[in-house]
Design a protein around this ligand. Structure first.
Ligand code: TYM
Length: 320
């Protein structure tokens, strides 16, 4: 199967990115043809300092490689290295109903908050559709927040087909049961734009402090509690094995245990879980030339595929 996904270089990756998406990339690279990219064109809708963007892109590559993405098994590249994607965005845009984009959540949320939105943010799902369709992608591993965008992608492919005949492969979203919607430190979805993230890399002591400050309810300690609706328990579940999860659930139900205990447990399991990736990242940081070579190699292969798909689309709509 052809698998594709992207991540925005808008800051340091967090637990939501890893458990919703990156972990799937690593699993799927074994038996599939993987295309994974750093979505710098999408990031331009929020990152407006060129140096920061450049740095974020290389950091995102380091993060993905440290977490286990293997360039001998999957293609890793930068979105803007494939100009065909921008061209395909235009081809799709000509058949995109305004109403469809008005319903997309990133734009809708910004507008609801009264924040200024530009045409880049409004048409963001069309660029994402082009990302997916340009590589004849069949499976798109993502967190649940991106599923709507993959539906939009299928709609846009359908509308292109209606006008010009079969052209694209229709993709399917793939989400996980545990990890598809990781809560942040305030219990809402973990997201850079909500300022509630727990980073994958960075100073361990600082992360531990952030974990200890996770917001909890004020029910008395002795009350029995239902673990399933608790965000700390959901975070613990990401790391712990089934027996540990069951033991923690029993403590919740029995009552008489404080949230401090589970916070400490989350800090410990998460530190242990990410320790190998931390070490690998340090190693990679000293060899950025190799990282740049990996991105160039990945882009070469990605560009071959995108050029042939966009050529097909151009012919079908009468551009030559
Ligand atoms: P981005 O950069 O916001 O997030 C990258 C991936 O992480 C997932 N994710 C989460 N999963 C579970 N819980 C959370 N709290 C959480 N927060 C983020 C996202 O679902 C995503 O899979 N538009 C995309 C980037 C993109 C893309 C694409 C993805 C551009 N083109 C084509 C797939 C295919 C985005 O902003 O992801």
């Amino acid at each position: 199967m052809r698998v594709l996904s992207g991540i925005q270089p808008t800051g340091r990756p967090h637990w939501g990115n890893y458990f919703g998406a990156i972990r799937q990339y690593i699993d799927l690279q074994e038996d599939n043809e993987g295309f994974y990219f750093i979505a710098d064109l999408h990031a331009l809708t929020t990152v407006r300092e060129p140096e920061v963007l450049r740095e974020n892109v290389i950091n995102a590559a380091l993060d993905l490689l440290a977490l286990g993405l293997d360039p001998s098994k999957a293609n890793l590249f930068v979105q803007s290295d494939i100009p065909e994607v921008a061209e395909l965005t235009w081809l799709l845009m000509t058949g995109t109903p305004m109403g469809l984009l008005e319903r997309c959540h990133a734009y809708k949320e910004k507008k609801a908050k009264g924040l200024p939105a530009d045409a880049g943010l409004f048409t963001y799902p069309v660029l994402m559709a082009a990302d997916i369709l340009a590589y004849d992608s069949q499976i798109v591993p993502v967190g649940v927040d991106q599923v709507q965008h993959i539906e939009v992608c299928r709609d846009l492919a359908g509308s292109f087909h209606h006008a010009f005949g079969e052209t694209f492969v229709l993709p399917k979203a793939k989400t996980l049961d545990v990890g598809a919607k990781v809560p942040g430190t305030d219990g809402q979805k973990m997201s850079k734009s909500y300022n509630n993230t727990l980073p994958l890399f960075g100073d361990v002591k600082k992360i531990r402090k952030q974990i200890m400050r996770i917001v909890t309810d004020s029910r008395p300690m002795e009350d029995p509690k239902d673990p399933t609706d608790d965000h700390l328990f959901q975070l613990y579940q990401l790391f712990a094995g089934p027996a540990e999860v069951e033991a923690m659930a029993a403590k919740y139900r029995a009552g008489g245990f404080g949230y401090g205990e589970i916070k400490k447990a989350v800090a410990e399991v998460s530190e242990e879980y990410f320790a190998p990736a931390r070490a690998k990242r340090e190693e990679l940081e000293s060899d950025l030339d190799t990282v740049r070579d990996i991105l160039a190699e990945g882009a070469k292969r990605a560009r071959e595929v995108a050029a042939s798909v966009v050529d097909r689309a151009r012919r079908n709509c009468g551009l030559r």
